[in-house]
Design a protein around this ligand. Sequence first.
Ligand SMILES: [Zn+2]
Length: 96
Amino acid sequence: MNRCRICNAGELREGLVETWMPAGPPLAGWVLFRNVPATVCDTCGEKTFSQETAERLATILDPASRETPSKFLRAPVFDLALIDAAQAKGKKPVAA
Ligand SMILES: [Zn+2]
């Protein structure tokens, strides 16, 4: 069995994972890939992609790619500046 080089404890297994990657135009944001073949550590969760898979993801994100996203997700957003402002306005400061 292959041992994880990150945590030195887990074993590496082949699997399909989800992974986020930054994308340039026209998507310009974080993109979620699903069902991506990877080697995954069963202890720390570190994901490693083959060169072939990494190149495939980059090709899909290339503006010249004909691939289109299968769906779009809405993401909840936490803005720490707004949270801090709300706490400063109405609540006691959180003890450090
Ligand atoms: Zn690990």
